[in-house]
Design a binder for this molecule. Structure first.
Ligand code: SAH
Length: 346
């Protein structure tokens, strides 16, 4: 019976070096192969032209390269690109390239589906199938970097973990992917240009602080009133606002980083003055920034973006309390590539 070949990219550089030594070869060969796998994103052992034919065959006999494959690429009229990405086990995730005048941002997925059940989010309609591996996350970034160079003549500048999944529920793999993205042996990107967005998993936010991570954090808050938040983000019953706030206090004490909140204002749900005032109360413990994001309707139409009067009310209440606020427009809506619209429609 043929034993299942191992994914060569699951090996660290040291493990790869050890492997070559165990084969009676030089450890240095491990560095060469590692460079092909990560810096040059090789799709096959055949591509590794400075490695002997014999060694390539030996690698072929022992390993596979489980590279992702961009199955379908859609381009929006505003320059946004959405990739449907096929994984080695034929599951699909989506990632998005978002260009603006000054930056190109990759929005990447961390899980296939999602275990949370935010009622306004299209991804919640899929059940969580599995976590992505570090290399599956890394590959999404490389694919978008290539598209950015090809279609927008510039490399990728920023990454947000705002695609499918809850990154803090796949924390170890997200961390490993970010290590690779920021390492000079990978893409060499600055961690300051990476944002991990979370619905708020208090234990993991504290862990991030303890791990002294250098990337940025954004919290999808949407309501600072437990009853309302639980009705739209049911896991809030398990991780209530008091726990979330306590973990953010811990994060702030450790990092001194301003806290960024993502917030959608919906008609009849969180559009009253008392909602904005609760948000101000919640934010008080640390310098904060609130991004009021536009709602991207998902099929069933249960949620509706509040009118501009409600948005203006939020802006004035927040500004009066010295909280930075931005009003953000979504991009890529014509191809269902905007926040919360990723649901593998294709
Ligand atoms: N699970 C993580 C990351 C994925 S969601 C998180 O919750 O942060 C990325 C962002 O899109 C979150 O702020 C989320 O609340 C928001 N979002 C989800 N569905 C949306 C929709 N239909 N319209 C606008 N934003 C949405």
């Amino acid at each position: 019976m043929e034993t299942k070949k191992k994914d060569v990219r699951a090996l660290t550089k040291d493990q790869l070096r050890d492997f070559f030594v165990s084969q009676g070869d030089k450890a240095f060969r491990g560095n060469q192969v590692y460079e092909w796998l990560w810096q040059k994103s090789a799709y096959s052992f055949e591509d590794m032209t400075n490695v002997s034919l014999e060694t390539r065959q030996m690698l072929e006999d022992n390993f596979v390269i489980n590279h992702i494959k961009v199955d379908q690429m859609q381009r929006s009229s505003d320059g946004t690109i959405k990739n449907a990405v096929r994984l080695h086990d034929d599951l699909i995730v989506e990632s998005v390239l978002i260009p603006t005048a000054t930056r190109t941002t990759a929005c990447v997925s961390s899980q296939v589906g999602c275990s949370l059940d935010c009622r306004f989010c299209a991804t919640s309609r899929l059940k969580r199938m599995r976590n992505l591996n570090p290399d599956e996350i890394y590959d999404q970034v490389v694919a978008i970097d290539n598209e950015s160079r090809l279609y927008h003549n510039r490399p990728l500048s920023n990454i947000v973990f705002m695609g499918m999944g809850e990154p803090l529920m796949n924390y170890n793999n997200v961390l490993k992917a970010i290590d690779k993205i920021t390492s000079p042996e990978g893409l060499g990107m600055s961690p300051k240009r990476i944002v991990v967005s979370t619905s708020g998993v208090p234990k993991m936010i504290k862990k991030m602080a303890d791990d002294n991570v250098k990337f940025k954090l954004a919290v999808s808050l949407h309501s600072a009133i437990d009853e309302i938040r639980t009705s739209i983000m049911p896991f809030n019953a398990t991780f209530p606002l008091s726990d979330l706030r306590e973990s953010l206090q811990y994060w702030y004490a450790a990092t001194k980083n301003r806290i960024t909140y993502e917030y959608v204002v919906w008609d009849g749900i969180n559009d009253k003055r008392k909602d904005a005032e609760a948000l101000v109360e919640f934010c008080k413990f640390a310098p904060s920034k609130v991004n009021l994001i536009e709602y991207n309707p998902i099929d069933d139409g249960e949620f509706q973006q509040a009118d501009s009067k409600a948005i203006d009310m939020y802006v004035s209440v927040l500004e009066a309390n010295n909280i930075t606020v931005t009003v953000r427009r979504s991009r890529g809506k014509d191809i269902d590539a905007a926040c919360g619209q990723l649901a593998n429609k294709s």
